[in-house]
Design a protein around this ligand. Structure first.
Ligand SMILES: *Cc1c(COP(=O)(O)O)cnc(C)c1O
Length: 385
């Protein structure tokens, strides 16, 4: 390639560098809850392994007991529509719908596939999407790929949402409200009950809720905020990922049967990709079968979160978090990078979150707690802030 064809890429990288927003891929080795990087070692506060299931050796050993060279299949070798629809998919989906008490469930290759696939499949030009301003990039990409018109309501501003509904709902065949249940850049929770009541005032409004950060963690049985708030039935598209607290890989939707049947016909990110490896489905099922039994971990995570939040507030930071994800708002990107480096030097592997992930001027440090973090270490972290 001619060198001058690269110039604009290089210029853009320089620009990002100057703003403190240039990213590189860190070289990481994990050892249990510890991260090794650049010859340093830190307690991992940046993973989504909220219940410490991914690092649990006993769990892994138990799983491996059920695996042998006959059933350990590392590739599905084709899409689900062809030969990739292993019987483990049926078991996993039946398990999901039984747990959630829904008519059906559908499993996807990842949460990213899920959100970029469902929305384009279910929306036509007479659909309106009303999405929280801060929804995850995968939801934004799903909206962009869809034929729907859309508006974003100010983050968690339900009055704004109501206003948009009142103004536009009657002009569309269908309206879909899109939100997450726990927002990972702020750690706050959505009032799902409120959205359900709001939706019920209209005959053409559906609700799409992404529980990526809540599944496993919230609710008596770990089914998420919808379980906690008693409204699983009322959510038309209740989704989550296996990639975070559930320590695996994949996305899921629990829904009415016609929606599942429709997606199997229309959803491009489900149809045109190789199915998940059976070994991965087996592990996801293994975790789901035990989800109920992890309530001790859920309680411990909740305790840890309350403890650290109290300490952060006592230090004079504002902290609007209502979950296990805690944020220190710093403001400037470079300052956030420096603060993260300082905490890393003190043995805590935290990372700065910068634009475009968060709005300009609100760079922050994200502390993502896990159930197994000892209280003594939480006190030590708080003292380091
Ligand atoms: C992480 C995340 C996803 C993506 O899920 P993956 O399984 O990692 O692809 C989707 N939605 C939200 C809200 C997320 O936080």
């Amino acid at each position: 390639m001619e060198n001058n064809l690269l110039d604009s890429f290089v210029d853009e990288l320089h620009k990002l560098e100057k703003q403190g927003n240039r990213r590189t891929l860190p070289l990481i080795t994990q050892q249990g809850n510890h991260i090794q990087y650049e010859e340093k070692n830190g307690y991992n506060l940046s993973s989504n392994d909220y219940l410490d299931l991914a690092t649990d050796l006993t769990l892994r050993e138990d799983f491996l007991q059920s695996v042998n060279s006959d059933n350990a299949l590392f590739s599905a070798s084709s899409s689900r529509l062809l030969t990739g629809n292993h019987v483990l998919y049926t078991q996993l989906e039946e398990r999901l719908s039984a747990m959630f008490g829904t008519e059906s469930a559908l499993v996807f290759n990842s949460g990213y596939h899920m959100n970029t696939g469902i929305l384009p499949a279910i929306c036509h030009g007479r659909t309106l999407i009303l999405a929280d301003k801060w929804v995850h990039a995968s939801l934004i990409d799903g909206i962009r790929l869809s034929a729907a018109q859309h508006f974003r309501y100010r983050h968690a501003d339900y009055a704004h949402l109501e206003e948009l509904l009142a103004k536009h709902a009657s002009h569309f065949e269908r309206v879909i409200i899109v939100t997450e249940s726990i927002f990972s850049m702020d750690g706050d929770c959505t009032d799902l009950g409120y959205l359900v009541r709001l939706k019920r005032r209209y005959s053409n409004v559906m609700l799409y809720v992404d529980e990526a950060h809540a599944v496993g963690v919230r609710g008596e049985r770990g089914l998420g905020c919808a379980e906690e708030q008693g409204c699983i039935d009322a959510i038309d598209f209740l989704t989550g990922t296996f990639g975070k607290a559930l320590a695996s890989l994949g996305g899921y939707l629990v829904c009415r049967q016609p929606i599942r049947d429709y997606l199997i016909n229309k959803m491009r990110t489900l149809l045109f990709t190789t199915a998940l490896p059976p070994i991965n489905l087996r592990w996801s099922l293994f975790i789901l079968e035990r989800l109920d039994s992890f309530s001790d971990r859920r309680q411990q995570l909740c305790k840890n979160s309350t403890l650290l939040k109290q300490q952060i507030v006592a230090k004079g930071y504002e902290c609007g978090s209502q979950s296990h994800i805690l944020l220190l708002i710093i403001g400037d990107s470079n300052a956030a990078v420096l603060k993260a480096k300082e905490l890393q030097r003190k043995g805590f592997y935290v990372l700065p979150i910068r634009p475009p992930t968060v709005p300009e001027g609100t760079s922050r440090i994200r502390i993502s707690l896990t159930a197994g973090m000892p209280a003594s270490l939480i006190h030590q972290l708080a003292a380091s802030l």
